[in-house]
Design a binder for this molecule. Structure first.
Ligand SMILES: Nc1nc2c(ncn2[C@@H]2O[C@H](COP(=O)(O)OP(=O)(O)OP(=O)(O)O)[C@@H](O)[C@H]2O)c(=O)[nH]1
Ligand SMILES: [Zn+2]
Length: 360
């Protein structure tokens, strides 16, 4: 069975399928369910799935915006109406036109039976960085999936597998002199689950026996690369590296968790909603996401793997401090990082302080 796929490998295949618009199958002892991401569904595949019990699973945040009943607490199961076509589906998943077409209901929401399968379907779609909305057809007719060669996942093992801490392996490291320091070194780490690679920029040779000046920086293409004035990421990145350069030692983790973990496409959807007047937290919620979808365990794991046990953490985000503390890193000091305030990001920073607990 050398070529038999492990669960992690199958989950990754499923993720790629969902991005392609290909359905996947979740199977358990009581039967199977077909799952397809709303964002990438095609008209013919939606028609193939059509049945009276076809459900669109969305998170409670999206349900609140749509005024649908989240009977399952954290999610709602909306029965797909018989005339609900692709444009209905897209409008349910994507809030871009909510303001132009505010009333999409009334909706019929399922409340019988369990929602575990739907919860897992949404979690899978999220990890594919698609809009968090999934079509779920339980007990599909045999003819629909037989011979279709769809990726099949054992439903019972999925929730645990998805919640597991990402294991990262070092790939390579090489010297990289940068403006902040001649003694820079970039390390590349690759997750064993086929997900995003993450990077560590080590400045100097930090003493592993002492607290290291550290930053967990989340990727921000718009801020780090383009010099966006909507956030403070670019100046924070440069200021953190500059301080490490001045002190002669430090480590900056560049975590590929763009858009607080929702991916660049979804972040730009959030920006488009911000253009309609919503703040950064409201925009995430209207899309159906939590305000922060990042897994900070990745940063903790990387620091531990690099031999660090204590940090002086450059951040204004108390959640980062708390997460490191609970995952084996002692934060001996929080070092404030307040740079890059502009007229354009004042509201964004104020929202993070008011709603996400950021320290001023
Ligand atoms: N979803 C979403 N993500 C955003 C928005 N603005 C910036 N980001 C992302 O937010 C992340 C910024 O994270 P960090 O720089 O770690 O900031 P933080 O959590 O405020 O913590 P500190 O900077 O350490 O204080 C990056 O991944 C950005 O891409 C936004 O309006 N919506
Ligand atoms: Zn940014």
């Amino acid at each position: 069975m050398a070529f038999g796929l492990s669960l992690v490998e199958r989950i990754n295949r499923a993720r790629a399928d969902l991005r392609l618009g290909v359905p996947i199958v979740l199977s358990g002892p009581t039967g199977a369910a077909v799952v397809m991401a709303a964002e990438t569904a095609t008209a013919d595949r939606l028609d193939a799935l059509r049945a009276p019990c076809l459900v669109l699973a969305i998170t409670r945040y999206r349900a609140e915006t749509l005024k649908a009943r989240p009977y399952d607490g954290d999610l709602a199961r909306i029965i797909v109406p018989h005339d609900g076509g692709l444009s209905w589906l897209r409008a349910m998943a994507d809030p871009a036109d909510d303001l132009r077409h505010p009333m999409k209901g009334p909706f019929l929401c399922a409340r019988d039976g369990k929602a575990d399968l739907h919860r897992t379907a949404i979690a899978l779609v999220k990890t594919a960085q698609l809009l968090p909305a999934a079509l779920v057809l339980e007990n599909p007719p045999a003819g629909l999936i037989d011979g279709a060669e769809l990726t099949e996942l054992p439903f019972g093992l999925l929730a645990d597998a998805l919640a597991q801490e990402t294991q990262l392996s070092p790939v390579v490291n090489a010297r990289l002199p940068i403006v902040a320091s001649q003694a820079g070194r970039v390390h590349i780490f690759r997750p064993r689950d086929g997900g995003e690679e993450h990077y560590a920029i080590e400045i100097g040779q930090p003493d592993r026996a002492k607290p290291v000046l550290a930053r967990l920086h989340s990727a921000c293409f718009t801020g780090d690369v383009l010099g966006s004035l909507k956030c403070d990421c670019g100046p924070q990145l440069n200021a953190a590296l500059a301080q490490m350069g001045q002190e002669g030692a430090g480590v900056l983790l560049y975590l590929n968790q763009e858009g607080r973990g929702i991916g660049l496409a979804n972040k730009m959807r959030a920006y488009s909603l911000q253009d309609q007047g919503f703040d950064t937290v409201e925009a995430n919620h209207r899309l159906g996401f939590e305000d922060d979808e990042r897994d900070f365990r990745i940063g903790a794991g990387l620091l531990r793997q690099m031999g660090f046990a204590q940090v002086r953490l450059l951040t204004n985000n108390p959640r980062k401090v708390a997460m490191l503390d609970t995952h084996g890193l002692k934060v001996v000091e929080r070092v404030a990082l307040r740079v890059g305030e502009t007229a354009q990001n004042a509201h964004y920073l104020a929202t993070k302080a008011a709603k996400s607990g950021h320290l001023l």
